[in-house]
Design a binder for this molecule. Structure first.
Ligand code: 13P
Length: 251
């Protein structure tokens, strides 16, 4: 049985002071989620990770939005896995489309990061998804297949179990044009099939999230799909009321 997961991706939003306020306010929500066997999390900027970890409930998942695969060295502007671990940050989003578009993040690079995270007993949330042009050209499945195969290359069945995948069609991110539940289910089911080819039986354990214009009003429909195990939410995860709405609508 895959536990439902609701993860907020704050992107480049919130000062540490604002993140602290949210973390404190989220405490009762984490307790509510826990008693309903749902996992809750947020991915703040690097600058707010320690603050959110400190002020939120223990069961709150606090994820970084990126990491470097090397432990240390001459990589100006980067943050390493030991630096995250020092602050008890054990989850990392990898390969978000915004990083793929603006920061030259490739599936190969994500694969190195996946391996480094797994070696450190940390959990990657590996993102995949197609552009509008690829969607319109009917290339969605070919695109996610390549992203999944490259991202999970060389990862064993045992190692893959704890990994999380997020399917985020780029055309639905921040646009209000969310993918239909039929599309979300069809692609997430296909991703599970591709995962089976790469990591075998672990595919049935891996949680696959949908992301892209998820709101309190539509989250329930996505989480009712058999292959959608949760949501990766941008805009609607920023305000505590809306975050609460996301949770309450899937209880
Ligand atoms: P929105 O929920 O704002 O569309 O963002 C989705 C996303 O990119 C989450 O990672």
């Amino acid at each position: 049985m895959r536990k439902k997961l609701l993860l907020g991706n704050w992107k480049m939003n919130k000062l540490a002071s604002e993140a602290k306020e949210f973390a404190i306010a989220s405490k009762p929500l984490v307790a509510l989620a826990k008693s309903n066997k749902i996992e809750l999390g947020v991915a703040p900027t690097y600058m707010s990770l320690a603050t959110v970890r400190k002020y939120s409930a223990k069961a709150m998942i606090v994820a970084a939005q990126n990491v470097h695969f090397e432990e240390k060295g001459a990589f100006t502007g980067e943050v390493s896995i030991p630096m995250l671990k020092e602050f008890k940050i054990n989850w990392v989003i990898l390969g978000h489309s915004e990083r793929r578009t603006y920061d030259n993040e490739t599936s190969e690079k994500c694969n190195a990061k996946m391996k480094a995270l797994i070696a450190n007993d940390m959990i990657p949330v590996y993102c995949c998804g197609e552009t509008l042009a690829q969607f319109e050209a009917g290339e969605t499945k070919a695109v996610v297949k390549e992203q999944i195969e490259k991202g999970f290359e060389g990862i064993s069945e045992e190692q893959a179990k704890k990994c999380v995948v997020a399917y985020e069609p780029i055309w639905s991110i921040g646009t209000g044009k969310n993918a239909s539940t039929e599309i979300a289910q069809d692609v997430c089911k296909y991703i599970r099939k591709v995962l089976k080819g790469v990591v075998g039986k672990a595919a049935s354990k891996i949680r696959i999230l949908y992301g892209g214009s998820v709101k309190p009003e539509n989250i329930k429909a996505y989480l009712s799909c058999p292959d959608v195990d949760g949501a990766l939410v941008g805009g609607a995860s920023l305000k505590i009321d809306s975050y609460e709405g996301l949770l309450k609508n899937i209880l």
